[in-house]
Design a binder for this molecule. Structure first.
Ligand code: FES
Length: 284
């Protein structure tokens, strides 16, 4: 079972773990993801490979603590084992020569955008990164992303770090003033990726998004991760996770993200309740 070598909090509610996974690290490329389970009854959680070290045989995963499964994962410590880890899965990012690439990261999207920006930069592209967060407390990997960017722009909703703006504002301005932009990458919450795709649509600038859908098997068999892209139904796990943002049916993506909200809330309430009872019994 994969051993967690290091784990620490990057920002409020955002955890980073470095996992011993030499076989995954040997094959991982920008854009790949893995599916992990915290315990044998745990949900299968897809997480992008945020970094990898082939020599050390490790991969880095970043997760936002939201529901039961992410809390279980966040509760693991260095020295603990994940119950399961499978990967790398999905298609790697299309790393080509685009000229100037704008990479847009929203919130925890900074983690998956980082290896893409690094690979595109190594390929000789000029990278402009726009990193957005709700506030300064939620900003992480700022220096790391800036190090693989020719220009780095930080925005927050409340102006507590960088400019007070949404990510689409500097993106719109760049598209207006820089004709060398050949591609835009946007990764973050679905509404943000949709807004970026709408911003680039008038100029038809190639826009790639990475979808983080519900997944079960991760191998194209369950259909849980299906998404409408243009006139086709595709599976995020085997056809993606990256798609043309102008062709994604965002209404269906958002609707499917909400499909299990009631069950997720129920599960979280039960988990919190059980954790509280356990804590009380240990104190007694
Ligand atoms: Fe089952 Fe993609 S996760 S088909």
């Amino acid at each position: 079972m994969p051993l967690i070598l290091r784990k620490h909090q990057l920002a409020h509610g955002i955890e980073e773990m470095v996992v011993d996974a030499p076989q995954v690290a040997a094959k991982a490329e920008a854009g790949h993801f893995v599916i992990v389970m915290a315990d044998e009854r745990g949900e299968r959680v897809p997480l992008t490979v945020a970094d990898y070290d082939r020599q050390a045989g490790t991969i880095t995963l970043v997760l936002m603590v939201l529901g039961t499964s992410s809390r279980k994962l966040a509760g693991l410590r260095a020295g603990d084992n994940l119950h399961a880890l499978i990967g790398p899965l999905g298609h790697p990012s299309p790393i080509a020569e685009y000229g100037t690439v704008v990479v847009v990261a929203g919130g925890v999207g900074t983690a998956p955008i980082y290896p893409i920006a690094r690979s595109l930069h190594e390929r000789g592209n000029r990278i402009i990164s726009i990193q957005g967060a709700r506030n300064a407390e939620l900003v992480f990997w700022r220096e790391k992303l800036a190090a693989v960017s020719d220009c780095h722009i930080l925005v927050t909703d409340d102006g507590s770090a960088g400019q007070r703006a949404l990510v689409t504002e500097p993106l719109r301005e760049l598209l207006r003033t820089d004709p060398s932009i050949g591609c835009v990458y946007a990764i973050g919450p679905a509404p943000m990726m949709r807004a970026c795709a709408e911003t680039t649509r008038p100029q038809a600038t190639r826009t790639i998004v990475s979808l983080n859908t519900i997944m079960v098997d991760g191998t194209g068999m369950c259909g849980g991760c299906r998404v409408r892209v243009g006139d086709r139904t595709l599976f995020t796990c085997v056809d993606g996770p990256e798609f043309d943002g102008h062709l994604v049916d965002w209404d269906s993506v958002l609707a499917r993200q909400r499909i299990y909200h009631a069950e997720e809330r129920c599960s979280l309430n039960r988990y919190v309740d059980e954790a509280r009872k356990l804590e009380e019994s240990q104190r007694a």
